[in-house]
Design a binder for this molecule. Structure first.
Ligand SMILES: [Zn+2]
Length: 449
């Protein structure tokens, strides 16, 4: 919600137009026009002042009762249609609309997608005295006006008085559908607003009430779901013309390219573009989603056959020429397995993996020789598990950007490790890949230690 500045119209301006241009209004004022008109102006101006003074607690304003001496003035609400197009007050409606810069001050969405309406902040049904008072009329999108209906929250956020940056509080999460990742569900939430400060607590309460009143959760959730399905459609069009394997890094790159704004700081409003940006941020950060998607896309690449053939070749080669040292073992593995881009033997010392011997492509970077992995990665290595990862750490350092690949780490004992960088996105749960890893381990253990 954004504050609207520059609102200077008063109920007096409105009543004067009605007196000068609307015939029925003269009947409303009654006999003795000038005197009666001044009384009406005084009465409604007093209400207007009360509204301005008590804008923090508008719901406490008195509701009209039958025995109120001025009850007949409640019919002032019959003049509200004068704000419609072609009627006496339409010019004032245009002035109000010009204050909001083509965006709904409640939901932030562009008016390009919606009709502009005037929303009674406190409803005219319950508070007829404020039915034509400009300060109670806020230009909003049709959607917000309709969703709010006649609701009045206990704490009202009012765009002529308050400011609240909605997008500071939004969060997006993906519920990944592992079998059909493109049919995952995206959810939007508001971060829990908490504070110990009394003023802040009140503000937070008003914000929450406002979100509920205008049903903003539903509105943004609808938009984000549309954004997600459009993004997936666009993505599928892009990949349908490529015929390649996809790594997580590649997929990230594709989705990032679809973001018109690269930086969150470019946004000022929660609108369709911003919600799409949030979608992309969540997609590119959700490794689980990307790996499911990568697996789905690479489903037709038969790597298991490639692995079986490679193992056969490797076994035959060993029979032909026995292995006698480390270099010749690495050479043999690298030559026999066409998908291996790099095979490196590392020793773990001083919290780093230090390269002892290698074969294959690499970029001349210190990070390859002295590889300092993150703790989580390191723990897995030290636990002596053979494991493969699709989102590679070393791989990202040695490989041209965006190329598909899998990284395999094989512990060979005595704090020695073999890291294989394999071309192509292998199914890391594949039994065949596991067998290949065990075979390589068997060969290396003999010569490494
Ligand atoms: Zn709106």
């Amino acid at each position: 919600m954004r504050k609207i500045s520059g609102m200077t119209l008063t109920i007096k301006d409105i009543l004067e137009v009605l007196r000068d241009e609307v015939v029925e209004f003269v009947d409303f004022i009654g006999d003795g026009e000038d005197e009666s008109f001044n009384q009406v102006v005084d009465l409604f101006s007093a209400y207007e002042k009360k509204y301005m003074d008590e804008y923090e607690s508008l719901s406490n304003l008195p509701v009209i009762s039958e025995d109120d001496i001025n009850a007949n003035f409640a019919t002032i609400k019959n003049y509200y249609p004068e704000y419609y197009k072609g009627h006496a007050l339409y010019k004032y409606r245009e002035i109000m609309e010009s204050l909001v810069e083509m965006r709904c001050p409640i939901c932030d969405c562009s008016f390009a997608y919606s009709q502009v309406t005037l929303d009674h902040i406190i409803p005219k049904k319950k508070y007829p005295y404020y039915s034509i008072t400009p300060i109670n009329l806020v230009p909003t999108c049709y959607n917000c006006n309709m969703r709010k209906n006649d609701g009045t929250p206990s704490k009202i956020l009012h765009p002529y008085f308050h400011d609240f940056i909605t997008f500071d509080y939004l969060t997006v999460t993906l519920e990944v559908n592992e079998k059909e990742p493109t049919e995952s569900i995206i959810n939007l939430g508001f971060t829990e607003l908490n504070s110990d400060d009394v003023n802040e607590i009140n503000k937070v309460e008003s914000i929450k009430a406002n979100i509920d009143l205008y049903k903003l959760r539903q509105k943004y959730t609808d938009i984000i779901n549309i954004s997600f399905s459009k993004l997936i459609d666009e993505f599928q069009k892009v990949v349908s013309i490529q015929n390649d394997v996809y790594s997580i890094n590649e997929l990230k790159k594709y989705f990032k390219l679809m973001d018109i704004f690269m930086d969150s700081n470019d946004y000022n409003y929660v609108d369709e573009d911003f919600l799409r940006h949030l979608c992309i941020v969540e997609i590119t950060q959700n490794t689980h989603f990307l790996s499911c998607l990568a697996e789905k896309l690479n489903i037709f690449v038969d790597y298991d056959t490639q692995i079986v053939e490679s193992m056969e070749k490797l076994n035959n080669k060993i029979k032909e020429s026995p292995l006698y040292n480390q270099s010749n073992t690495l050479e043999l593995i690298k030559e026999t397995l066409p998908m291996i881009m790099f095979i490196g033997l590392y020793k773990f010392t001083d919290k780093s993996l230090n390269l002892i011997n290698y074969r294959g492509v690499y970029q001349k970077e210190d990070s390859v020789f002295k590889f300092k992995p993150e703790e989580q990665y390191l723990n897995s290595i030290l636990a002596h598990q053979v494991f493969s990862i699709n989102e590679s750490l070393l791989l990202s350092k040695v490989q041209p950007k965006g190329q598909a690949g899998t990284e395999i780490v094989i512990p060979t004992g005595n704090k020695n490790f073999c890291i294989l960088l394999v071309n192509g996105l292998f199914n890391i749960k594949s039994q065949k890949l596991n067998e290949l890893e065990i075979l390589i381990k068997k060969l290396l253990v003999k010569t490494v230690n």
